[in-house]
Design a protein around this ligand. Structure first.
Ligand code: SF4
Length: 95
């Protein structure tokens, strides 16, 4: 292989590598910037501020208690403040 051919193929390899690297960075950026799934409105899940048939948010796997309030928290699926004694159609008991 002559020096010119070797230089061209090295350049081609570097360009190809740079293209692959750019593609990986772009993919990683797109994945990292993808927004989390939006939470639904309380009305969509028929949320109510009281239990139903012994089921309540406090016993649901989607409930996260507030650190400064024993009776409220947030829900992984539903937006807004959630009452520990509330309930909705997405109720799923903690395992
Ligand atoms: S999914 Fe429904 S029942 Fe469970 S915590 Fe959220 S609002 Fe409460």
């Amino acid at each position: 292989m002559q020096a010119t051919e070797m230089r061209i193929s090295r350049r081609a390899a570097l360009l190809r590598g740079a293209g692959v690297l750019a593609g990986l960075l772009l993919t990683e950026t797109l994945v990292a910037s993808k927004p989390a799934l939006a939470k639904g409105a309380k009305s969509e899940f028929l949320y109510q501020d009281h239990p139903r048939g012994g089921q309540s948010c406090g016993a649901c796997k989607f409930f996260f208690a507030d650190t400064n309030s024993a009776n409220t928290g947030t829900c992984a699926l539903i937006e807004g403040v959630i009452n520990r004694n509330g309930w909705c159609t997405a109720y799923s008991p903690k395992s």
